[in-house]
Design a protein around this ligand. Structure first.
Ligand SMILES: Cc1ncc(COP(=O)(O)O)c(C=O)c1O
Length: 379
């Protein structure tokens, strides 16, 4: 969107298409964080107290709850996605012989927490095998049975960019009495997601990709039935209901806040709130249709160049990531050569991963296609 470029000054100097790694940040979100630090972080308790602390955290929970369609009580704030998935994995109650179903396409943060708890609990972690970056519902169905406790997967895969229909996976999980635990860091901000409608049981994300927020802030959603019946692995002064500071007993907050245990990255969490407000002002639906439009154009033009496109073309089956292969391309070199032209992308899954956002334009799509064309003509 041409008009978004003013909010991301660096996007006028470079063609940044690496949102799936780290997004550009709206300058006003960064400015608001600097103001917050100057006001509240430099002067100890003179300008920071329990009320301000609670307000910062509460505002973030409210914004996150609005974004994903749940109650603020269902949200625990975290520093990143991995922390959220660990919270859920460590609180899940297993019996020997249970299993967790996931895929071999996943980012490590989605599978490691389950591998870690599986070892202690005699649980098997089952990996659906991808075919050229695609895992289907049938692949998950084949591995799921009545011993399945959890299906763990990303809403949008970081590698091939495929998007699952969460409602279908939730139905599969629930038919077997299992939970669906979702990593939404590659989808929130670029595709609408409602945890109630999709019937998701737990969901973790961070701010620094499609939500256009800072490092150090994330969150985890969990169903009431989940947080009511479990104990968090980590505990600390914030694990007590009214900050009672009675060292002899723990009285957990009654909601998902029981997972927040200590001092928080307040400035980052403030930035998360501001980033969600920025995204909501534009509208997630508007972001989605814009990103779909430019990525569709990108896929068509790359297809004309003879690319093997791993990401499905169907809008329902992808989000903002486009992953492509070319005959004989050295992807490390391609990433470097594009960077020399100030075009920023990544190599993933032995392929080029291109992930634009609202700070990109159709002219930039044209530009990256021309650069790739020149590169492959020179092989
Ligand atoms: C699917 C997925 N999950 C998690 C992360 C990052 O995890 P964290 O928020 O813990 O840094 C990434 C980053 O690439 C990712 O692609």
């Amino acid at each position: 969107m041409m008009e978004a470029k003013d909010d991301f000054p660096i996007s006028k100097e470079i063609v940044y298409m690496n949102t799936a790694a780290i997004s550009l940040k709206p300058i006003k979100v960064i400015d608001s964080m600097i103001d917050f630090m100057r006001k509240h972080e430099v002067s100890g308790t003179y300008n920071f107290n329990d009320n301000i602390e609670e307000e910062v955290l509460e505002n973030a929970r409210i914004r996150v709850a609005e974004l994903i369609g749940c109650e603020k009580e269902d949200i625990a704030l975290t520093t990143n996605t991995s922390e959220g998935i660990n919270f859920i994995a460590n609180a899940t109650k297993f019996s020997r012989g249970d299993n967790v179903v996931t895929t071999d396409l996943e980012f490590p943060s989605v599978t490691y927490p389950w591998l870690r708890v599986a070892k202690e609990n005699g649980v098997e972690v089952r990996f659906a095998s991808n075919k050229n970056g695609i895992v289907t519902l049938e692949d998950l169905e084949k591995l799921t049975d009545d011993k399945t406790k959890v299906i763990a997967l990303s809403h949008v895969e970081y590698s091939s960019g495929i998007r699952y229909n969460l409602r279908e996976v939730a139905d599969l999980a629930h038919r077997h009495g299992a939970l669906l635990v979702v990593d939404a860091v590659q989808s929130l901000g670029v595709v609408p997601l409602n945890v109630r409608r999709e019937d998701v049981d737990a969901l973790a994300s961070a701010a620094y990709k499609w939500l256009l927020g800072p490092f150090g802030a994330g969150f985890v959603y969990m169903r009431k039935e989940f947080y009511e019946n479990v104990e968090p692995l980590f505990v600390g002064w914030r694990s007590s209901r009214e900050h009672e500071y009675d060292p002899r007993k723990i009285s957990y907050p009654k909601d998902a806040r029981k997972f927040e245990y200590g001092g928080m990255p307040y400035t980052s969490i403030y930035g998360l709130t501001k980033a969600i407000e920025y995204v909501k002002d534009i509208g997630v639906e508007n972001i989605e249709s814009y990103v779909m439009k430019i990525t569709e154009k990108l896929m068509e033009k790359l297809n004309d160049l003879g690319a093997q496109i791993l990401t499905p073309y169907d809008r329902e089956k992808r989000a903002g990531i486009v992953t492509v292969r070319f005959d004989k391309m050295d992807y490390d070199r391609a990433v470097e050569e594009l960077a020399k032209e100030k075009i920023i992308v990544s190599k993933r899954m032995n392929a080029l991963r291109i992930s634009p956002h609202i700070y990109n334009t159709e002219e930039e799509i044209e530009k990256i296609v021309q650069s790739i064309r020149r590169m492959i003509e020179n092989y």
